[in-house]
Design a protein around this ligand. Structure first.
Ligand code: ZN
Length: 323
């Protein structure tokens, strides 16, 4: 049976545990099965147990395809996980835990945990900086999500900054590389110059062209060896190439998903919803890159390993991670 191309085919295909295992192993270990503990390729497949055994004599020498991935320690089998991954990465405006629960026959609570684990896999772990060889340009912007300042214009938000603590709002910072059409976004603790600059320094190659609006938090970028151009929302919305409409378009997609499908997102979970939207945006079909649902699914399965969502992270007991 060939790889599934549609949701219907995926459900049929992944109902067979052997298909699940074969597909998962091929995407997780594209160069052959590797022991997650010691990295050796010298492993034996134990067919009846659907496990591998490492030839080295260390603890945990037997491992399943789920070990070391976001699916580890889950009692659910891949026949639930893989259709769930398919649904999440191909739902244009996100998918609720209720819908996952109905589609897969699990409880809503289980579906909620599944969704957060899948979002963890969607997180971009690229160590490469944006801008890169062609030096950008990269659009940079921030937006406020949730709470009483939802959709509020920045000038008004700034006036309210003294009252910041009383308003439940979360700030998301985003960057769009105009050449690669790839977005990165993350929750940031505040809009201070230092916060914005550090995020830019960590994500954008020095010497790149950076477009922002006229906010004073960005006014020192030229001194950091960026070619900085600003667009004023009031006077000149678009000055030729200098605009931030790409990242603003991403904000509207994010907000549409958050207000439509995910009505009540707790601020400390927001990062994972942002990761989800970023994954979908960066893997969307374009004229130059006509990705299909099956391509998006394969791309996500290739990044499920070496990521874990701990209970502490899920319950907000650890600090946020700006970029
Ligand atoms: Zn080993």
């Amino acid at each position: 049976m060939k790889d599934p191309k549609t949701l219907q085919e995926a459900i049929v295909y992944f109902a067979d545990p052997d298909n699940c295992l074969e597909y998962m192993a091929a995407h997780r270990w594209p160069n052959g099965v590797v022991c997650p503990t010691c990295g050796r390729k010298d492993v034996t497949f134990l067919k009846t147990q659907r496990k591998w055994q490492c030839k080295s004599a260390h603890a945990k020498r037997q491992f399943t395809a789920k070990v070391g991935t976001v699916f580890e320690d889950s009692p659910l089998g891949l026949e639930k996980w893989l259709p769930a991954v398919w649904l999440v990465c191909n739902a244009k405006n996100g998918i609720s835990s209720y819908e996952i629960a109905r589609s897969l026959g699990v409880t809503q609570k289980t579906a909620w945990f599944m969704l957060h684990r899948i979002r963890t896999a969607m997180r971009n772990g690229s160590l490469l900086k944006m801008g890169g060889n062609d030096r950008g340009p990269v659009e940079v912007d921030e937006t406020f999500v949730g709470g009483k300042t939802k959709n509020m214009h920045r000038e008004r938000r700034l006036r309210m900054q003294t009252a910041e603590k009383t308003y439940q709002k979360t700030i998301v910072m985003g960057m769009l590389d105009r050449e690669s059409r790839q977005v990165r976004a993350s929750v940031i603790p505040n809009v201070k110059r230092e916060t914005l600059q550090n995020a830019i320094l960590s994500q954008i190659e020095g010497g790149s062209t950076v477009y922002t609006d006229g906010y004073q938090g960005y006014d020192n970028l030229a001194a950091q060896e960026y070619i900085h151009a600003t667009v004023s929302h009031v006077d000149e919305y678009v000055r030729g190439q200098v605009h931030t409409q790409g990242i603003e378009n991403f904000w509207s997609l994010l907000k549409r998903t958050l207000s439509g499908t995910y009505v009540a997102v707790e601020p400390f979970h927001l990062d994972r919803y942002v990761d989800e939207q970023v994954f979908r945006y960066n893997n969307r079909a374009t004229k130059d890159n006509p990705l299909t649902d099956a391509d998006r699914f394969a791309a996500l399965l290739m990044q499920v390993a070496d990521k874990r969502l701990t209970y502490a992270e899920l319950t907000g007991k650890t600090d946020a991670r700006p970029f």
